[in-house]
Design a binder for this molecule. Structure first.
Ligand code: SAH
Ligand code: SF4
Length: 388
């Protein structure tokens, strides 16, 4: 098996190149070709010595993900479904906004946490993605979009990455950290530390490790103001509880000064959406954690047995938080027509036949070859801002 060069951050690639008898600056050149130019063919990396190109051809590859399908929403959101082998698929979503482009990236096929309101959680866990599979989602999306949107050299399509696709990123820590480093590296995607967000259901020990290793922006999926309810909604809460989670958030901000924690809160009708619960949240965080709240309208799926909170209830909930001086946004749901909204991802991963049948039924399917039609949809997408 050739080594997958997408598995390496720059240090890893330098070590790999040293093993081939090559100096570090060669690794930098190679890294830039792959990530900045989107090149995967060593023969076209014109300023690499012929001898190095030959060595690479014998032992390495840039392994792209196999695309099963691509959908473009009426609002310009793009969703890719990638085959990661063994009957597993993962999804990646691009969300264009007026002032930025955000990519929502998956970290696992399935998820072991099993949150009540999440369709990924209901499917169970298949496997961790490798670093290369995490990075390949960004590599594919960035270079596809650049070409389609006709961006000039040096312009980028994606300037914001959120690890909010399928999976719990902190349960795949060893693969996650080198992927984050590649996202941040100026020789690769050069994203700012505050524009790469790890979203977690709240693994306390791993939040502490991330703080030491790579303190990017942190979003914590809170969903409840007390342990009794959070234990029900997010089963891993039973391990540490909310108080220990908040302490970890406070420690995190010590390593990321001038930052804040984003608490995500999925609004579930009659479950966690009362004004009293909003007040309990205020008591929990006020004067303790620098934070903002992002209220997510629940995206229902039949097996959950749960319902979306009515709009007025969400607004009233937000008002309580805002009155207490906590910045609160309500996430605008994007890409609903192509099932690209939070918690709707890759509902059929285990059953490829069902995936194909369902895709065939959908009129919005864009054949991969027909990239130009997707480009026109993207180009004409309304540039509406998202409150997140
Ligand atoms: N595992 C991580 C990241 C992936 S989930 C986490 O839980 O944070 C990304 C976000 O989508 C989380 O805030 C999660 O709570 C939310 N989410 C999951 N299912 C949802 C649904 N059905 N409707 C709305 N948001 C959902
Ligand atoms: Fe996993 Fe996040 Fe879904 Fe919970 S919300 S099951 S942690 S992906």
């Amino acid at each position: 098996m050739p080594a997958n060069l997408l598995d390496f951050d720059l240090e890893g690639l330098a070590d790999f190149c040293a093993g081939l008898g090559e100096k570090r600056f060669r690794a930098v050149q190679l890294y830039r070709w792959i990530h900045q130019k989107g090149e995967s063919d060593f023969e076209r990396m014109s300023d690499l010595a012929k001898s190095l190109r030959a060595k690479l051809a014998g032992c390495a590859a840039v392994q792209r993900l196999a695309v099963i399908s691509e959908h473009v929403s009426a609002d310009g959101t793009v969703k890719w479904l990638f085959d990661v082998g063994g009957g597993n698929a993962i999804e990646t979503v691009f969300i264009p906004e007026a002032d930025r482009g955000t990519l929502c990236v998956s970290s696992q096929a399935g998820c072991a946490v099993g949150c009540r309101f999440c369709s990924t959680g209901h499917q169970g866990f298949s496997r961790n993605l490798s670093t290369g599979e995490i990075v390949a989602q960004l590599w594919h999306a960035e270079h596809q979009l650049r070409a389609r949107l006709g961006l000039a050299a040096g312009e980028r399509a994606i300037d914001n990455v959120v690890m909010m696709g399928m999976g719990e990123p902190l349960q795949n820590y060893a693969a996650l950290v080198p992927a984050l480093r590649t996202m941040l590296d100026d020789h690769a995607y050069g994203l700012s530390r505050r524009r790469v967000t790890v979203s977690t259901s709240g693994m306390v020990t791993m939040i502490d490790r991330l703080r030491q290793d790579c303190p990017v922006a942190l979003a914590v999926s809170l969903h409840a103001p007390d342990d009794a309810l959070r234990d029900q909604l997010v089963p891993l809460n039973r391990k540490d509880g909310i108080q220990a989670l908040l302490d970890a958030c406070v420690r995190y901000l010590e390593a990321a000064p001038r930052d804040f924690i984003t608490f995500e809160y999925c609004m579930l009708d009659g479950v966690n959406d009362s004004p009293a619960q909003a007040q309990a949240l205020v008591r929990l965080v006020q004067g303790r954690v620098l934070c903002k709240f992002n209220l997510i309208p629940f995206n229902p799926f039949p097996a959950s047995g749960l319902h979306r909170s009515p709009r007025e209830r969400v607004l009233a909930f937000a008002q309580v938080l805002q009155d207490a001086g906590i910045i609160t946004t309500i996430r605008k749901t994007r890409g609903e027509d192509i099932d690209a909204a939070c918690g709707q991802l890759a509902g059929e991963v285990q059953d490829r036949t069902a995936v194909q049948q369902r895709l065939a039924r959908r009129s919005a399917v864009i054949p991969i070859a027909a990239a130009s039609s997707a480009a026109s949809v993207l180009a004409s997408a309304p540039a509406s801002g998202v409150a997140s």
